[in-house]
Ligand binder design. Structure first.
Ligand SMILES: C[S@@+](CC[C@H](N)C(=O)[O-])C[C@H]1O[C@@H](n2cnc3c(N)ncnc32)[C@H](O)[C@@H]1O
Length: 336
């Protein structure tokens, strides 16, 4: 018997490598029960049962997909053979149309397929894509395959677990502050989730750049007051433009010249500190002083930084650290 499972509302979330733990925090915060991670080599996959949560309410994942078909390995066959056995045009059509009803923006009669296969699977990536293409064409004879267009099928497979899903929502696009070095909004949401930001909680970003963290804090988390500092004049002006109407208090200042005593006593420190590649690095001593000083006192801090600096800062502050990738670059989140 095939191990293909066909549950109604199963959702697949792909996250940036390393960031799954932020998404898991977010799902827990939303009351989604269960254990749901499945990992593929260089991306993280979560398969939660969202219940009544709408996929576009999620702030931290990269891509949200509805599961068309998934399969596990059996004693005899690996997950990829089980998945391809389940590629029946009639069922594929029904499931796809059901999912597309709930999604926005998928163009008509065109589809794209991206496949990732890890480990020693019975089919390699391209063979798997051809099998899926044949099934989609049999299900929808008028549809044409086109790169990155229309209905987007995503297949991820390893010998143990294989999944074919249809993209419903992505937060990889959008407003990135239009400047190199700006943080993507979903990663800012990840930092704020780890920081436990919530309605009316104060957020302080001493290296705000174009203000992504504060923007997401006030718009998606309804946090406030939000306070930010930025040393460069034109970056500050860009932040001012982006944060208009959010009520953020921002200053064109070096953080060394800012009086931390003016911050609310329960403020969260959430920041993407200068890494030293594009911007001059803030020293680990100065960061340690900031975290250990008033009002944070070694707590309520979530900082994205280089891995090397994370080791130094977590040693001096007692904060935890987790390795992540940011646009393919190694980095760490120091938090606690
Ligand atoms: C990694 S970027 C932050 C990017 C930001 N998260 C965004 O989305 O635009 C670090 C920022 O810190 C600023 N910066 C560097 N040293 C600073 C200092 N001593 N005080 C305040 N800002 C500083 C840099 O000009 C840069 O814009």
């Amino acid at each position: 018997m095939s191990a293909v499972a066909e549950s109604e509302a199963k959702i697949l979330l792909t996250t940036q490598p390393g960031w799954a733990f932020a998404t898991i925090e977010e799902l827990r915060g939303l009351g989604v029960p269960g254990r749901f991670p499945r990992y593929h080599r260089d991306s993280s996959l979560l398969v939660p049962d969202l219940g009544k949560t709408e996929p576009d309410e999620l702030g931290t994942p990269a891509i949200v997909c509805g599961i068309v078909l998934d399969a596990g390995s059996t004693g005899r066959d690996d997950a990829v053979s089980e998945l391809t056995k389940g590629l029946k045009p009639k069922a594929l059509k029904e499931k796809t149309l059901n999912l597309l009803r709930g999604s926005t923006g998928a163009g008509h009669r065109r589809f794209s397929i991206s496949t990732e296969a890890y480990g020693r699977t019975t089919m390699h990536r391209k063979q798997l894509a051809s099998a899926i293409e044949a099934a989609v064409k049999a299900a929808f004879p008028r549809w044409r395959r086109a790169p990155e267009a229309g209905a987007r099928f995503l297949c991820k497979a390893d010998p143990e677990y294989a999944v074919l899903a249809l993209q419903l929502h992505t937060n990889l696009g959008g407003d990135h502050g239009e400047r190199p070095g700006s943080l993507r909004e979903h990663l800012a949401a990840g930092l704020l989730t780890i920081a436990g930001a919530s309605r009316d909680s104060a957020v302080f970003d001493p290296f705000m750049g174009t203000g992504t963290i504060l923007k997401v804090a006030s718009e998606a988390f309804r946090a406030g007051p939000t306070i930010g500092l930025e040393v460069s004049r034109d970056t500050y002006e860009e932040a001012e433009r982006r944060l208009k109407g959010t009520g953020s208090n921002i200053f064109n200042k070096r953080f060394e010249d800012f009086d931390m005593r003016s911050l609310p006593a329960d403020a969260n420190l959430v920041s993407n500190v200068p890494f030293g590649r594009r911007f001059p690095r803030a020293s680990s001593e100065v960061l340690t002083e900031l975290v250990n000083g008033s009002p944070f006192r070694g707590k309520r801090s979530t900082l994205l930084m280089s891995r090397e600096q994370a080791m130094e800062v977590s040693k001096e502050t007692g904060l935890r650290s987790r390795n992540v990738l940011v646009l393919g670059q190694p980095a760490s989140i120091v938090y606690g």
